[in-house]
Design a protein. Structure first.
Lengths: 151, 85
């Protein structure tokens, strides 16, 4: 079961983990849920982080990332929740979960989901410090992290 | 051929709009050529497309290389490298 959510509302961690566990109970022989939560960092005095995205294309790209994980590992559930719009340091910006029978597939799939999401989905971050706003530049390290899954 | 252009992040800001309909001449056959042609339409477009190496593209909502042919496209998006997660 693939669950893709793009929302302006805060991410409800307990509800999302519970959802992934519930999906597990329905699947045969499932015993592991791995999750990753990304928070807004207060880099160099960032006060507000605003996430722009490409409605429609975003959901399609995230579904492709989730499908890629399902093709590589035996998973009974994959969740990707990404927040858009304005948010503040400390708030959750992204949540991914992978559920499977044993921990190895869940943990590896979880890393895959967040690595690929960073390079394959149309989101753009804009930071505000005081009256100064700037677009965040893409990082080579993110590209390298995503590339390790291409083989 | 009429196509809907959509722009995001600083590409959108420099152009001054997030969406526009354009009608490129038949000599424009790829997204890269479309970018060169659009750059002539206003100072904002010229600023947004000054460095094509910093542009990424999507055709009908799927990521594609910038040299992709535009024949049959309904919607073409231009934007900076993505920074989600």
């Amino acid at each position: 079961m693939i669950r893709i959510i793009v929302q302006t509302a805060p991410i409800d961690l307990l509800a999302e983990i519970t959802q992934a566990e519930t999906a597990l109970e329905r699947g045969a022989g499932a015993g592991a849920v791995a999750t990753f939560t990304g928070l807004v960092r207060a880099d160099d005095g960032v006060e507000t982080l605003e996430l722009e995205h490409y409605p429609g294309a975003t959901e399609a790209a995230l579904t492709k990332v989730a499908t890629g994980a399902v093709e590589r590992w035996e998973l009974s559930a994959v969740t990707i929740v990404h927040r858009v719009g304005p948010m503040h340091p400390g708030e959750r910006i992204v949540f991914v979960a992978a559920a499977s029978a044993h921990r190895a597939a869940s943990l590896e799939a979880c890393a895959y989901l967040i690595d690929r999401l960073k390079t394959d989905a149309p989101f753009w971050k804009r930071e505000t410090r005081g009256t100064q706003a700037s677009w965040v530049e893409a990082r080579d390290a993110d590209k390298d992290a995503a590339a390790r899954w291409t083989s | 051929m009429t196509v809907t252009m959509v722009y995001f992040a600083w590409v959108r800001e420099r152009i001054g709009t997030g969406e526009e309909r354009v009608d490129p001449p038949a000599s424009v056959t790829t997204i890269a050529e479309l970018v060169d042609w659009l750059a002539l339409s206003s100072p904002g477009h010229a600023a947004a497309f000054a460095d094509p190496a910093r542009l990424r593209a999507a055709l009908d909502q799927a990521f594609v290389p910038i040299d992709t042919p535009i024949a049959g496209a309904r919607e073409i998006a231009l934007f900076p490298p993505v920074t989600g997660g």
